[in-house]
Ligand binder design. Structure first.
Ligand SMILES: NC(=O)c1ccc[n+]([C@@H]2O[C@H](COP(=O)([O-])OP(=O)(O)OC[C@H]3O[C@@H](n4cnc5c(N)ncnc54)[C@H](OP(=O)(O)O)[C@@H]3O)[C@@H](O)[C@H]2O)c1
Length: 265
């Protein structure tokens, strides 16, 4: 794969015209094997980004990388568990080794095993905190030194509408998504000397495999019904990512919150 460059010239890429601030940017995506991460990878690839895909399911991210390359894009995949700081660092370092830089770190991997606190699902609580909070921190730890050296970069962290409110059954998930917003705002303030942008994306119900992470059958049934009623396609998220990245370098879109139009809460 050729060294990635970061210019803003307009050219044709896989049949598409690129005039946004995305072309040839190196974008590392965690949780790229399904749902929002996969949709973002597909959209960014069409826009000319070089996408580096991380998730535990190696078959799925490799097959996605092959599909994107067959469509004229540039992509590679590396099996990554975001609960391991070493694996997240290996993913980001592989991007920098092969492509010369990292322009965007999309910390997207997450799970949502809702349940009332009284059910004492301590394993679920720990996994949620490990993936949704520590995974994001490990992504920041892996990307930040490179971006500081480059004096450029963009860290996008995926929170949720649940990062703005809490409902019965969502206490731990909401706590992790509140934490993502607080970490992101702290990061935003600290990285000013390095010309690094930071964005929080807070979706509400989007149709993905996320409800599959719920381990309590009755809770899962309720959430599935909610998603069946309200959820919008994952393209909605991908467009938000494209919007944030494609702004001119002096524009830092700090948060995007979106819901299905018909959703009340
Ligand atoms: N869908 C929604 O309604 C919604 C709303 C608000 C926020 N979000 C957030 O959006 C993000 C993406 O979720 P999604 O909706 O796209 O759900 P999804 O379809 O279930 O995708 C979750 C992704 O996270 C990855 N993942 C889970 N544990 C991981 C680990 N330990 N290491 C690496 N990757 C891991 C999964 O890949 P592997 O299993 O292959 O590792 C998968 O690619 C999450 O942070 C979620 O909280 C989603």
């Amino acid at each position: 794969m050729r060294q990635a460059t970061n210019n803003n010239s307009s050219r044709s890429f896989g049949g598409h015209n690129m005039d946004k601030n995305i072309e040839a940017k190196v974008v590392v995506i965690t949780g790229a094997s399904s749902g929002l991460g996969e949709a973002a990878a597909r959209h960014l690839s069409v826009e000319g980004a070089v996408v580096v895909l991380g998730a535990r399911c190696a078959d799925r991210i490799r097959s996605l990388a092959e599909t994107l390359m067959a469509q004229g894009g540039k992509a590679f995949a590396l099996a990554t568990d975001v609960t391991s700081p070493d694996q997240v660092k290996r993913l980001v370092d592989a991007a920098v080794d092969r492509l010369g830089r990292i322009d965007v770190m999309l910390n997207n991997a997450g799970l949502m095993p809702h349940s009332p606190l009284e059910r004492l699902k301590i394993e679920d609580w720990n996994r949620t905190i490990d993936v949704n909070i520590k995974g994001v921190l490990y992504g920041i730890a892996a990307a930040l030194p490179h971006m500081q050296r480059q004096k450029s970069g963009h860290i996008i962290n995926v929170s949720s509408v649940a990062g703005h409110l809490v409902r019965p059954g969502s206490a731990v998930y909401s706590a992790t998504k509140h934490a993502v917003r607080v970490i992101s705002e702290g990061l935003r303030q600290e990285v000013k000397p390095y010309n690094i942008r930071s964005t929080i994306i807070s979706p509400s119900a989007v149709a993905t495999e996320l409800p599959g992470s719920i381990t309590e059958p009755d809770v899962a049934a309720d959430i599935r019904q909610f998603y069946d009623t309200y959820a919008i396609p994952a393209d909605s998220f991908a467009r938000a990512v494209v919007f944030a990245i494609s702004q001119p370098q002096d524009v830092d879109v700090n948060e995007i919150l979106f819901r299905p139009t018909r959703q009340e809460l």
